[in-house]
Design a protein around this ligand. Structure first.
Ligand SMILES: [Zn+2]
Length: 261
């Protein structure tokens, strides 16, 4: 079975309220949550080749680019961990666009787990229709251009992954390399499923993962998130320009008039 199909709810239930989104965007500053894709990163090679130039008198500059589907700020599809699990094109845009709640667990020490208790205390109200953003401020504590960004990082422990899975948000975003085993990717050691708990327990259930976010410290507790990846058929992941719009008084007004608050 396609892992994305395990999500309950009809298309209608998964619909995004356009009026609410518009209201949330009006008057609010966009916050860019993505890392720029640099060609000189020590882990993530990125090749961009110009195949047609304006210098030749032609009408266009045209280029090709190649890089890992899991480099820099990006989204994961179920195909990343499940054979025939569904590529990015199988996940509806509403997986990645909508109300997002920020769980501030930025007091977590380096090389330590983010626990279920910490998530519950930070964001016990997250539900099925939300996107959950887990904030550790790791992009401010270590430079993503250095190995210490991985070797010193916190991680989601198994109980915390289960807690998230039970609430089944549409997607979860992280500002740190979120599974314990990712810390070891620089040394070449491969961990088992118990060390890849977000991939194993969330992605398998069709919950989207948004990885390597930055700037979550600039957000209030509730935002409109726009973080849809490209619909690359069959792909296990793909780059995202994740952008947040802080919820405004107007958005609150719209929800209040609709009886949601
Ligand atoms: Zn990935």
């Amino acid at each position: 079975m396609n892992a994305a199909d395990t999500r309950s709810g009809s298309t209608e239930e998964n619909a995004v309220d356009g009026g609410h989104l518009l209201a949330a965007g009006i008057g609010s500053a966009a916050v860019d949550l993505s890392f720029p894709i640099d060609s000189d990163h020590f882990r993530w090679r990125h090749e961009r080749t110009v195949v047609d130039t304006l210098d030749d008198g032609g009408p266009f500059e045209t280029s090709r680019f190649a890089m890992s589907a899991h480099a820099f700020t990006h989204a994961d599809a179920p195909a990343h961990v499940v054979a025939d699990g569904g590529g990015l094109e199988t996940m509806p845009p509403t997986t990645w666009i909508g109300r997002a709640l920020v769980a501030d667990v930025s007091t977590v020490p380096e090389s330590s787990p983010v626990t279920a208790t910490a998530l519950r205390e930070a964001r016990g109200d997250v539900g099925h229709d939300d996107i959950l953003l887990i904030r550790t401020d790791w992009d401010r504590r270590r430079d993503i251009a250095t190995p210490e960004y991985w070797s010193d990082a916190p991680w989601i422990d198994p109980e915390a992954a289960d807690w998230i899975a039970e609430r089944h948000p549409r997607a979860v975003g992280f500002d740190f390399p979120q599974d314990a085993a990712i810390r070891h990717t620089l040394t070449g050691r491969r961990g088992g499923p118990e060390e890849f708990v977000t991939h194993d327990r969330l992605l398998r259930r069709g919950i989207g993962l948004i990885e390597y976010l930055r700037g979550l410290d600039r957000l209030p507790g509730e935002v409109l998130l726009v973080a849809a990846p490209i619909a690359l058929t069959g792909s296990d992941g793909g780059p995202v320009r994740a952008t947040a719009f802080p919820a405004t008084d107007l958005a609150m007004h719209v929800r209040r008039t609709k009886g949601e608050l």
